[in-house]
Write a protein that binds this ligand. Structure first.
Ligand SMILES: [Zn+2]
Length: 222
């Protein structure tokens, strides 16, 4: 269970990311006005609730979805900062959370050809290519690093097939870019708000369903 303090810590984490800074316990403690020890305790609860991922050694934040503290192939330019998403979907998530115009700069996972998406007035200006998810929703958290690694943008279905064969990655589901963008707008809608509260699984399932992500692959319960 997350406490009100945990939610204040969560909000401070996203504010810090938005400022272009990787959040650490030392940065968060004065922002929330609690001791650093209490921040670490909060981090643990946020980790258990799958809001953030911690470095197992330092106990500091590695990821607060959709933001990654390390560079990834999913670069997002928004405002005056550059951010890195955990996956293709997370890159859209960052663009949604930042609110203004943004540019997602990535590459096709197969041929490494550049793929750019521009977000203007909350709309996706380019909807070329596809996104591919290898891992079914019920198994996303079995190995979240692998799940993110395999949520990628591709130039076309053919490039997904080629990549799957080359990397021996199972074919999961291909999502049209426009549909993934609409899902992202909904999924990440109020995450920059201090009032965000973790939605129940049923609401997340409903969001997926509302945007056409149906069938057993997208079932969060398997
Ligand atoms: Zn390609």
């Amino acid at each position: 269970m997350l406490t009100e303090t945990d939610y204040r810590v969560r909000f401070a984490i996203y504010q810090t990311f938005a400022e272009g800074v990787n959040p650490s316990s030392a940065i968060i403690a004065p922002k929330v006005r609690i001791p650093q020890k209490a921040v670490y305790e909060s981090f643990e609860r946020l980790k258990t609730s799958k809001v953030i991922v911690l470095d197992p050694h330092t106990k500091e934040i590695k990821v607060a979805m959709p933001f990654s503290t390390v560079e990834t192939p999913f670069r997002v330019l928004a405002g005056e900062h550059t951010y890195y998403g955990c996956s293709a979907w997370d890159a859209f998530g960052i663009a949604v959370m930042m609110g203004g115009d943004a540019m997602v700069q990535t590459t096709c996972a197969d041929c490494e050809g550049p793929i750019v998406y521009r977000v203007e007035q909350k709309q996706l200006a380019d909807a070329h290519g596809v996104a591919h998810f290898a891992v079914p929703a019920a198994h996303w958290w079995d190995n979240i690093a692998y799940t993110w690694e395999t949520i990628r943008f591709f130039r076309s279905d053919d490039h997904v097939m080629e990549w799957s064969a080359q990397t021996e990655t199972p074919i999961g589901e291909v999502a049209a870019i426009a549909r993934l963008w609409q899902l992202s707008r909904h999924w990440y809608d109020n995450r920059m708000s201090p009032d965000w509260r973790k939605p129940p699984r049923e609401s997340l399932q409903e969001m997926l369903r509302d945007h056409g992500f149906t069938g057993s692959f997208w079932s969060l319960t398997g």
